[in-house]
Design a protein around this ligand. Structure first.
Ligand code: AMP
Length: 174
């Protein structure tokens, strides 16, 4: 990589300070607080979990332990896989398998002082990002749609708040 292209990469990798500040102003808006986040308990059965997921209308939700610590995420496909036999589904097994046996433990988690940069990066691959405190207690989630609402706002008001002049040499066009 040439020196110039590494400079370009750096310039493009960082979110502009003003844009980041505007987005972070609505941080409280795009963080859905834990009390509004549908979740299942680690010791619940898959039958209960499927009911919670269906009633909440989501395909993936966080899994918590008795102390509200984040332990995993559970998806409907993972539940279905757990009761899929060679030739048929065995839905009777739903009541015998616990959430803990099926949940995913590999997923991104950020602390409350998360960087916007990191959230945006992770949301490309994941539909939501869990935010916890230092003890791992779920504080809330940031979802694609909530962040998109904030981005929408920035896209609408940015030019009415700032005078923008085009640079002679823009890293994006080179
Ligand atoms: P959205 O960007 O609104 O489509 O949300 C992305 C994903 O985040 C959803 O598909 C759910 O898996 C999860 N999610 C959003 N809101 C909630 C909520 N209130 N409780 C639990 N999970 C949620």
């Amino acid at each position: 990589m040439t020196e110039q292209s590494s400079w370009m990469k750096e310039a493009l990798a960082l979110i502009g300070e003003k844009i980041a500040a505007m987005l972070m102003e609505s941080r409280e808006d795009f963080l859905i607080p834990a009390e509004k986040v549908a979740n299942v308990g680690i010791r619940n059965t898959l039958e209960h979990a499927l009911l919670v997921l269906t009633n909440a209308g989501y395909t993936v939700i966080p899994v918590l332990d008795e102390e509200s610590r984040l332990r995993g995420i559970l998806s409907i496909p993972a539940i279905i896989r757990a009761v899929t036999g060679v030739e048929a589904f065995d839905f009777d097994k739903l009541g015998d398998i616990t959430v803990e046996e099926v949940m995913t433990t590999e997923f991104p988690v950020l602390k409350e002082d998360f960087e916007l940069e990191m959230v945006l990066h992770l949301l490309v691959q994941h539909a939501f990002i869990c935010i916890t405190d230092e003890d791992g207690v779920l504080q809330g989630i940031v979802t694609r749609s909530e962040l998109l609402k904030g981005t929408n706002r920035v896209a609408h008001v940015f030019e009415s708040m700032y005078d923008i002049t085009k640079k002679e040499e823009s890293p994006i066009e080179r």
